[in-house]
Write a protein that binds this ligand. Structure first.
Ligand code: ATP
Length: 284
């Protein structure tokens, strides 16, 4: 089998801006009892906090990885590392190189909806139609004066957050790549649309592609081939859903015991997951 994505003992830190660094030094001097006057700063105990620590994972081509974890645990940073935007301080990353990325915050450029999806690539009717169907965009287009040729952004129609999210997802899927990175692609979508798109687009249409999807939904974790659970930059768990239940029984039963966890907003789900991870990491 061919490797779709592999990380071996990878750690990374974001460089701190000079202003943040200065503030940090001041805070640390205060905490150490040094009052910073004109006699200079004490550069003691200064360190850069790693954003990801000793991450190991291995996906075969065509597998889906679900990236879950507490708020600010490094989920987006993990994707930035695969993209090459965040350079590991240690370890090795392997993948075939052709990556398509859908960021957490959707963005639209001036032009038509179709321009926004094709994003410079040639129009292939079959590919395009199957993607807009899988992303539940067809019905939206039917309501617009010029369907997907309707101009958006400046002077054009205003799109809802959910429409923007689905257009950005369609753009990422339209690009031909070996590895797809989808950062929280279901934000702003209602439960029913999220379910449809996960099923039709991420699971079916993209079935043969290697996928990394940031999501905290249990249904998604169950359907993924591998799960990575991050907490404060540490890998709290890596493996399959059944391994999660076997190796992290306390965590699993807490989360599975929360009624309607999958049916609340992604934001509240994130807070619950954060609280649950905090609790179990303190207990362990
Ligand atoms: P959330 O659940 O809020 O989306 P996350 O798990 O995706 O969070 P990250 O966005 O990866 O977590 O953030 C992890 C840490 O890295 C945070 O402390 C954040 O401030 C920092 N960070 C993220 N992106 C950058 C960046 N481009 N430059 C510097 N620091 C960053």
């Amino acid at each position: 089998t061919t490797v779709g994505l592999e990380m071996i003992n990878v750690s990374a830190s974001w460089d701190e801006g000079i202003v943040e660094l200065f503030e940090k030094i001041k805070r640390e001097n205060k905490a150490n009892g040094h009052l910073t006057g004109d006699d200079g700063l004490f550069f003691t105990n200064l360190y850069v906090t790693p954003v990801l620590k000793s991450i190991n994972l291995r996906l075969e081509e065509g597998m889906m990885l679900a990236v879950a974890g507490s708020t600010g645990s490094g989920k987006s940073s993990l994707l930035m590392m695969i993209l090459g935007e965040l350079v590991p301080s240690e370890g090795k990353i392997k993948h075939s190189g052709r990556v398509s990325y859908s960021p957490q915050t959707s963005w639209i450029m001036p032009g038509t909806i179709r321009d926004n999806i094709l994003f410079g690539l040639t129009y292939d009717e079959y590919r395009y139609t199957s993607i807009i169907r899988a992303c539940q965009l067809e019905e939206d287009f039917d309501l617009l004066p010029d369907k997907d040729k309707t101009p958006i952004a400046e002077g054009g129609v205003t799109l809802s957050g959910g429409q923007r999210a689905r257009i950005c997802l369609a753009r990422a899927v339209y690009k031909d790549a070996d590895l797809y990175l989808l950062d929280a692609p279901f934000t702003h979508l209602d439960i029913a649309t999220e379910k449809e798109i996960f099923d039709k687009c991420v699971c079916k249409l993209m079935a043969s592609k290697t996928r990394v999807v940031v999501t905290c939904k249990l249904e998604h974790l169950k359907r993924a081939d591998r799960i990575i659970l991050l907490h404060n930059g540490d890998c709290y768990f890596y493996g399959t859903f059944s391994e999660l239940q076997a190796q992290r029984p306390d965590f699993s039963s807490l989360l599975l015991g929360i009624e309607a966890y999958d049916n609340i907003t992604a934001e509240r789900r994130g807070s619950i997951l954060t609280e649950t991870l905090r609790r179990v990491s303190v207990d362990e």
